[in-house]
Design a protein around this ligand. Sequence first.
Ligand code: 5SP
Length: 229
Amino acid sequence: MLEQLKREVYEANMLLPKYGLVTFTWGNVSGIDRESGLFVIKPSGVDYDKLTWEDMVVLDLDGNQVEGTMRPSSDTPTHLELYRNFPDMGGIVHTHSPWATSWAQAGRGIPCYGTTHADYMYGEIPCVRNLTKEEIEEAYEKNTGVLIAEHFKDKEYMAMPAVLCKNHGPFTWGKDAHEAVHNAVVLEEVAKMAARCEMINPEVQPAPQELQDKHYYRKHGAGAYYGQK
Ligand SMILES: O=C(CO)[C@@H](O)[C@H](O)COP(=O)(O)O
């Protein structure tokens, strides 16, 4: 079932250690087949050097595991919540990449200080609040997705394919698993540059809006914006 998607999602997962976004078994990538309403995700706790494409787990949008013997990623409920709320998302990545996770732990969004950021993400990369004690106890991973969905409701979420979850880490997305990983790599680079930028100049200001617009729209076309629809 969904062999091609499993291979794509497996290859996307293998890019996480390749680009230095994960240590040990941290992180996970999924991809969805909108026609069947089934998505594929990495199994939980499996070393990347032991992972195979046949290990990928298949679930439906009710969260039922329809194929695969291994336990799906512990973050599956978050991926599921995002796929259910955002129809243009074709692939989702979660990592603990160190620079992006540092901004998440600091509870700060990442301002757009330059064109590298502006080429991919329109404006400040948001950091959403902590979950409440009740939200954590009720359903931590699901409510992480609910929180992200609340933030991006009625926004052009594909113009800002990244979010930081306070005291946790980043999630990114794209039209497919590979684009979601590309955005995860960009996020980590941008997080590193922004942190260093503030170290070099604590008074640094975001890049002029016209420069941000020029770069974002040149790459994505006019009309794609991260604001109210
Ligand atoms: O965010 C977390 C843990 O805080 C997860 O991303 C783990 O780091 C990976 O979990 P599995 O995908 O292996 O279940």
